[in-house]
Design a protein around this ligand. Sequence first.
Ligand SMILES: [Zn+2]
Length: 330
Amino acid sequence: MPAPYPWLSQTWTRLLAMRQRLPHAVLLAGPQGVGKLELAKGWAQSLLCEQPRPDNEACGECEGCHWFAAGTHPDFMHLTLLEKETKEGEVRQATEISVEQARQAVDFVQLSTYRAGSRLVLVEPAEALNTASANALLKVLEEPPINTVFILVSHQPRQLLPTILSRCHKLEIGLPDQASMQTWLRQNGLDEQALAWGSGAPLAALEAREEGELEIRAEMLGALGKAESLDCVALAETWNKRLPARVWHRASYKWLLDLLACRLGGKAGFNPDYAAALAKLAKRVNVANLLDFIRRESEAGRWVDHPLNRQMAMEAWLIEYSRIFEGAGK
Ligand SMILES: [Zn+2]
């Protein structure tokens, strides 16, 4: 089985070559949306494959490969954020990997391997380890049982404990260059604008397209471009009915960042197709107000989970937005 995405082929070859001399822990670090998780899973499968090809790629046919594909390989553990149902019946994702989960992983690596091969623990996202769970894992990272490999995946490796980092063989995965993803983008119906929206990360662009985020963006930005004539109450009501809150929050936040970039003489990185509207608005924007707004928005995001407050929060956002312009609100 080849590299999960064309732009990962070099890192893929390096990972496959490690089979001869496996590190105890490997950290795959890089921005969101470049395929680190798929890379980690693909490599895990290759290590659990019982009849690997000469280049160490998984065969896709042996029992190990079948179990892996079915998500039931007994020598593989995926430590990740669990989903829980709240009292209100909403499914929420945990924000941390708990110490109980970490202890289960420690117990797991101390068992003898089921298939007499490697035993793998995938920790993703590794920055979700809290101090207690990181410390619990540290014990086995320091002296791992034989044939055990920890694969850590992180968008924010700086948030990892230095003691964890120092025990990992780190592979940096950057944003792919244009040439290595051109064909893939075309095959997936993505253009330059979609890629800009995904901050240059192809899988972020794909996800945005699949969630209809690009159309939602267009609907929102058309209105935000006419800052002087916003009907905040009516707009919040319409948006609350039509737009998923998360997408709304992302789109509104990126719009503010683009506005700031234009005000400071830069380019609209996320919305280059709205460059003209942004440039016009940027001339009237009060930088202090905008910075303050952005700072508070970056800390927000939690309210989007509370459906009762959504419309009010959108309305408040729109009112505040209309006030970041010079001469507004008087
Ligand atoms: Zn196989």
